[in-house]
Design a protein around this ligand. Sequence first.
Ligand code: FE2
Ligand code: FE2
Length: 378
Amino acid sequence: MAFQNVSNEELIGRDDVNDLEAILSVTNSDQDEAIHAVASNYETIFTWDYEKGSRPKLDKLYEKAKNSQWNAQTDLPWDTDVDQEALIVANSFNQGGFAAGFDITGTPFEKWTEKEWIKLGVEMQNWTLSQFMHGEQGALVCTAKIVESVPWIDAKYYAATQVMDEARHVEVFSKYLDSKLSGHYPINAHLELLLDDIIRDSRWDMTYLGMQIMVEGLALAAFGFMHQMTTEPLLKQLLRYVMADEARHVAFGVLSLQEYYQNLSASEMRERQEFAFEAAVRMRDRFLQQEVWERMGVKPSEVLPLVMQAPERSVFQSMLFSKIVPNCKKLGLLDAADGWLRVKFTELGVIGFEDWADTGEEYQTMAIDTNSKSGAAA
Ligand SMILES: [Fe+2]
Ligand SMILES: [Fe+2]
């Protein structure tokens, strides 16, 4: 069957996925607004089929979720002292000093003293945790929408537990930012575009694809990376708790879409592939952290080509896709409709993850013992 070939320009607003100027031209224009409204037109679905467990894997996930709840206020050691600057200095020391491995001659970094480098570390952390918080609110809202729009009772039950999980995640990141870090950032424009697209789509499965597969797949990888890197015990434990929940959430997406996608036509699958690609690019764009560079008083377009050369940066960027790509493969998205998404993920340099473990069952190994919380998440 012949597909209409949609261009990158139509999907992501630029032809070359790596066009830095085009990426940086997307900025947050409503930084001072307190609320952000998105119109969305979709059907709220009631079901009169209350047969619990007719989808056994979703039912199992729901039962697991009920026993895995934790309390953001009382289950984490909030009395831990966090010295953000000292942690950054110690961290850079372990990596061989600030700007280790870079030739900064002739760049805006040449005149930087330790003070600027520490400030950069502080701002990057404030930015990263702020974006986690905003993404968590996206998950809260999207999952509430799934409760309304999914037609299956087992999925409505499960999604209801996820709404609670996401409320807790917004709460912990917000509390950590307010009580342990030193400032907030508004939502990154690329992340906002993505969340708006997900919430605006009227088809219930697109909410899953955008949120459970793409955003949460990336979050699970990013939290895992930070959990491994951080030496701050409160953050480490907080992330470990959140990851146990996120592994269930991604499994929820995989298990639900696996069934639904079996009945879609090739052209319907192509629409899902395009959506997945667009989401992947938006998420990659946001990791340029353009707002941090602006706050540091340097032009993002001047420093980013240099920053992007760092080998650990490209490893980190592609690692973010280590859950997404195998999950897309498991759902049949890579190879459906002439293998369009396989070609696109190859262009993005992330196809190498296709045979990594998918996230259909990982929640079982990621689970934490919520009955003996102290130390269980270490
Ligand atoms: Fe979450
Ligand atoms: Fe989640």
